[in-house]
Design a protein around this ligand. Structure first.
Ligand code: ADP
Length: 387
């Protein structure tokens, strides 16, 4: 695209579009040369022309959503129209060459298969139920037959092993010199879990670890774990925005993020900061989950104990969907304490969590349907530059 003569607003649009990654090719649509034109009109209307590898590619819906969500941040823009075209054969070859080059130049080498969808579960503060949501979503996905990696990156407050009812030690594979995740069958699927909890003896000893070392530990989890095939990778992030979070955002630039908040305005404000950090690394925010939304007593009366509306307000602010609201339900904490995630049983919270998992699979973070797109260039295995 010819960049000369772009107005200030059009440059802002292009800048934001650099954060829209083609899920199939793994690079942003500007870098790949898929953005063909940006036109801003004085009445706040902007028209973006995007050329796709194949016009009928089902990933178009996701690209469209991402473009719209990125452009809501530009105050001068009121309405957005996206014109779709198709790349010519020659352009397609150039785009593929560019995507391959980008893959080969990627700095971080992770063992996460490139076809896996990684979802960071993040929150502004601790105690909002981020780990409970992570453990339940992972179990719900596995129950639906997916192979799900769980990376417990909440190094200080790791709770995933307890919530999934697991003990054990991570061991290395002599032949590959890689760490093997702890595996657990869930429904017809499988969970593959790594956590600090499988490495250290005393919960309290983790508290002495500091930023750099922690960041390195998380790097090991990405680089040296033999994940094998994964459909989804659920990452239980530490709360807030620190070294570990930024390290992960850099290493997993194609990750989606789901932000967990409670209905309280204070929590909602700090959650917005996490989302903004993610966006500064061009991560895609897939949606917001409101936890501890309300309590329903035995008489069926509903109480909004922590306030009302924080989740939908945050989602609106971020221009992303509210994926669901989870009630306060003692079965959540009991399930976590007993290592039986509530999503696999009955009750209000289980129902809400199951609906959220359905939304994730169907719409918010669907797996790439690679058969439908001719441009697919990824292999199941990661590109390892050290080999
Ligand atoms: P975080 O990871 O954000 O620090 P946790 O998932 O550890 O939060 O949850 C904090 C506590 O709240 C845990 O004891 C957990 O069992 C409980 N909890 C989380 N969500 C709910 C809920 N919807 N209803 C009841 N208890 C919950």
């Amino acid at each position: 695209m010819d960049l000369s003569g772009l107005s200030e607003v059009e440059s802002k649009v292009l800048n934001q579009l650099q954060g829209v990654v083609d899920p199939e090719l793994g690079s942003d649509i500007v870098d790949l040369g898929m953005v063909k034109a940006v036109q801003h009109h004085d009445n706040g209307h902007v028209v973006v022309t995007v050329a796709l590898t194949t016009a009928g590619c089902p990933l178009r819906a996701q690209i469209q959503r991402d473009i719209r969500s990125k452009l809501t941040h530009i105050p001068e823009i009121d309405t957005v129209k996206i014109d779709w075209t198709e790349l010519s054969q020659e352009e397609k070859s150039e785009v593929m060459a560019r995507a391959r080059l980008n893959i080969s130049q990627e700095e971080a080498v992770t063992q996460i298969p490139r076809t896996a969808k990684s979802i960071m579960i993040a929150s502004g503060k601790g105690g909002v139920g981020k780990s409970s949501v992570s453990a339940n979503i992972a179990s719900g996905l596995a129950e639906r037959g997916f192979t799900v990696g769980v990376l417990d990156a909440d190094i200080w407050g790791f709770s995933i092993p307890q919530m999934l009812g697991l003990t054990g030690r991570l061991e290395g594979d002599q032949a590959t010199r890689r760490i093997k995740p702890i595996e657990k069958q869930a429904g017809s699927g499988i969970l593959k879990i790594v956590s600090m909890g499988f490495l250290i003896d005393e919960d309290s000893s983790s508290l002495n670890w500091r930023g750099l070392i922690l960041n390195r530990a998380v790097r090991h989890f990405l680089e040296d774990v033999e994940w094998g095939h994964l459909d989804y990778l659920i990452i239980d992030m530490p709360p807030g925005t620190g070294d570990v979070q930024m390290g992960l955002a850099k290493m997993l630039p194609r990750s989606d993020m789901i932000v967990v908040t409670t209905p309280s305005t204070t929590v909602q404000n700090v959650a917005a900061r996490v989302a903004n950090m993610a966006r500064s690394y061009y991560l895609r925010i897939a949606g917001v989950i409101e936890n501890m939304s309300y309590f329903i007593n035995e008489q069926g009366e509903k109480y909004h104990i922590f306030g009302e509306g924080g989740g939908s307000k945050l989602a609106g602010e971020l221009g992303v969907p509210l994926l669901g609201s989870i009630p306060i339900d003692e079965n959540v904490s009991r399930g976590s304490d007993q290592g039986n995630p509530v999503i696999l049983s009955e009750g209000q919270a289980s129902q809400a969590l199951n609906q959220i998992v359905d939304v994730i699979v169907a719409d918010a973070v669907p797996l790439n349907k690679i058969d439908d797109c001719t441009a697919f260039i990824e292999q199941e295995t990661a590109v390892d530059l050290n080999k």
